[in-house]
Design a protein around this ligand. Structure first.
Ligand SMILES: NC(=O)c1ccc[n+]([C@@H]2O[C@H](COP(=O)([O-])OP(=O)(O)OC[C@H]3O[C@@H](n4cnc5c(N)ncnc54)[C@H](O)[C@@H]3O)[C@@H](O)[C@H]2O)c1
Length: 248
């Protein structure tokens, strides 16, 4: 029996990067997974690979987390296929970086819609099921810049700071139904999102990280699995930083 056998998990934005690694790590530990992403072909292919590598049920569904209809659809598909939903990981996120004076209103709104409204909508619809089950875990992927602030990322930092407020509020509201809500706050992790940073910026970031390396997607996945497992049943409303010490 594996650690997450008979558990079912939804991971949003799981077509690549941190979300894909979270889905893979859950599957490796025996969980069935519903993975979502904006690119239908990519998310279905990723789910097929996970399903054949780990002999679990893995379903890929196209979704825009900022659409309430899409969030309802994803939760219904998970319910139909798994009959229960044990864990939701709100991982999907985007950046639209710019200095405030050059930042378009739409760049602000799009980032808030995906990074903050998305987790609100997914949590709302998943809670309908978790509240009946009287058990569940919700884990929100925020960011170090939501805690520290960051020039050039007013939209992104606001969305991630908001996600921390959402995490704490949901933790208080959902606790009576035995649903724990926590957040993992990554620092700089090696993914496509950070691959676009120029060498000078990367060197400057590295010089500020006490552990002297960028994080790996698995570093984040390991913290997510901890917050989804039995050993964390008395933890709710917390923000676990996985950042190499860049913000303490
Ligand atoms: N990489 C980092 O250094 C870092 C640091 C802190 C926090 N994070 C956060 O971790 C999460 C994953 O980051 P990543 O680096 O893997 O990013 P990524 O860009 O590699 O992957 C993001 C995923 O989200 C999906 N996505 C984007 N918009 C979506 C939408 N509207 N609906 C559904 N899915 C959507 C994309 O298809 C993609 O698969 C994000 O929330 C990000 O903000 C990343």
């Amino acid at each position: 029996m594996k650690r997450f056998s008979n558990k079912s998990v939804i991971v949003t934005g799981a077509g690549r990067g941190i979300g894909l690694e979270i889905a893979r790590t859950f599957a490796q530990n025996g969980a069935n997974i519903l993975m979502t992403g904006v690119n239908e072909e990519n998310i279905k292919k990723s789910a097929e690979t996970i399903s054949s590598n780990y002999s679990v049920k893995a379903i890929g569904v196209k979704q825009d987390v900022s659409s309430e209809a899409d969030c309802e659809k994803v939760v219904s598909i998970a319910e139909e296929n798994f009959s229960h939903i044990d864990i939701l990981v709100n991982n999907a996120g985007i950046t639209r970086d710019n200095l405030v004076l050059r930042m378009k209103e739409k760049d602000f709104e799009d980032v808030i819609a995906v990074n903050l409204k998305g987790p609100f909508l997914m949590s709302k619809h998943v809670f309908r099921i978790m509240s009946k089950q009287r058990s569940g875990r919700i884990i929100n992927i925020s960011s170090v810049v939501g805690q520290s602030g960051q020039a050039g990322q007013a939209n992104y930092a606001s969305s991630k700071a908001g996600l921390i407020g959402l995490t704490k509020s949901l933790a208080k509201e959902f606790a009576k139904r035995n649903v724990n809500v926590n957040s993992v706050s990554p620092g700089f992790i090696e993914t496509d999102m950070t691959a676009s940073l120029d060498e000078k910026t990367k060197a400057s970031i590295l010089s500020q990280i006490p552990l002297k390396r960028m994080g790996k997607p698995y570093d984040v996945a390991a913290a997510v699995l901890f917050l989804a497992g039995e050993e964390s049943s008395y933890i709710t409303g917390q923000i676990i930083a996985v950042n190499g010490g860049i913000y303490i």
